[in-house]
Structure formats: structure tokens, C-alpha cells
Design a protein. Sequence first.
Length: 304
Amino acid sequence: MKIVFMGTPDFAVASLRALLEADFDIVGVITAPDKPAGRGQKISESAVKRFALEKGLKVLQPVRLKDPDFLKELKSLDAEIQVVVAFRMLPELVWNMPQKGTINLHASLLPQYRGAAPINWAIINGEKRTGVSTFFLKQEIDTGDLLFAEELDIEEDDTAGDLHDKLMVIGAGLLVKTLKAIEAGKYKEIPQNTHQEHELKKAPKIFREDCLINWDRPVKEVYNLIRGLSPHPAAFCHLQDKTLKIYSASSEEKAITNKPGDILTDNKTYLKFTCRDGFISVLELQLEGKKRMKIDEFLRGVRL
């Protein structure tokens, strides 16, 4: 099959690499336009673009997916199927173009956690299992008929970064399995079951207000928030009128007499914040204007 691949971040690179290693014919790669990034605002290419150019693949970077020139060039690639991994919402003109349609790899067990941030929200909500799903694109986001899925346990100390890397690998394998099944005509489309006994959980985009820690919450909830937002965008609180991002922590449930938000520290080795029913011990953090560092290094330079 002639395949057009659409994706932007590192998560998508693993899938593109797996398809090439499985000898699929990638006739084009669609990715985000270059954009300024970092303090120097240097023009940055997407991870998918860098990898695709290394492999000598044709790359298209449309600003608008409905642009007539882009649509004409996309059609000229004559792909039988399109594959989407961590890209953006496609107009029907694009996803309905190939003969065999467009499939998407999503980092959750659909229909749970539809949306932009399934990995983050699964951890924030304290889930024990998640996975990856492949499905055919339809008009509504993440609602198309399911093809295949693979489950994965979420470990007690997994961060969003850890889970991202695990799902990236199994997702690439699942995508290869899916395309081989489509190529052989040996697959079944399964409508997503939205009438479950459990409420459907969503995975909307993460905003800054979602990242602010409320210490007057159960310690387990705060711990999950920190894990689910690490390493990006990172949960934060305020310390000495500055933003303090917390990347790594441990939790301790116990009866307390301190008020939520109270700080306990020996100014050498530990820094604890009081929650409703225990403590969060900060292990790695970044104070506004400083670099990211381990707690002992941080305490050597700050007096609390």
C-alpha cells in the first residue's frame, strides 16, 4: 500500500520508523510548519520532519489543511491509506481522500480518554491501566470504528514522560499490526461502545490552571497530579512569591496536625508540603529563574 504519514512530535517518529522498518511504502509525510522556539526564537523543525528528511522522504508542511495547493499535492501522492499519529484535527476533505480511508493511533483505550492529552489525564485520574488504540477517522474527534488495541499497566511511580515512552513503543508495533491486517483484508471494524457501565472520561488539552497544586486535597490526588504533568508542563505551586515547578516527588499518607500548604524542611535533605491527609516530599524541582535540580542541591542555595 502507498501510505501518507501525518505526525509532528517524537511520539510519532517511533511509528514512522516502525513502518519503514516493516517495508511499508511511505509516499509522503505531512507535519507541522517550522516555528520559532526557545529563548532565541530560532526556527525549529518538528521531530517528524527531521527524521523524514534523514530517510529521504517527501515532506509537506501546510499551514492550512484546506489550502487548494496542498490538497492538490496530497491527491497527487495517490496514497491508498493515510496514517495519523499525534498530528492535528483533519478536515473531511483530507481524511476522506484515500481509497482505504485514514487511520489514527491514539494513546488510550478508546472510547476512554478521547482528546489531546490522554497520557496526562490517565495518570492524573489515578488509572491503573491504559493502552493504545487504532481506529478509522470519522467526523467527530476520536470516535471512529476501532481496529486494534493493546493494554499496558500504569506503575505506581510512572510519570507522564515514562508512560509516553512506553506507549510510543507499543503504539508503533500496534500500527504495524493494523496496517498489515488492512493490507491483507483481515480486520474487523468495531463501533466504539459509548454506553458503558462506567462514565466516559475525557482528555482535554492541559492549561496552566490545571497545573496549579491545591494542597488542601488528598495526598494521593496531589501525587497523581505531579506525576501526570511531569516533565511537561509540570505541576506548580508558589514559594517565596515565585513559581515552583515540581517534577518528581514521593507521597506519605498519615494523620497530620499541620495546615495544608505548610512546609517542613531540614534545609539540607528534604522539603515536604502538607496535604489534607499526609505529605508530599519533593525530589526534583525548579524555582522560577533557576535551573531544574535535585532537592539537596536546591536546599543548598535557598533558605526556607
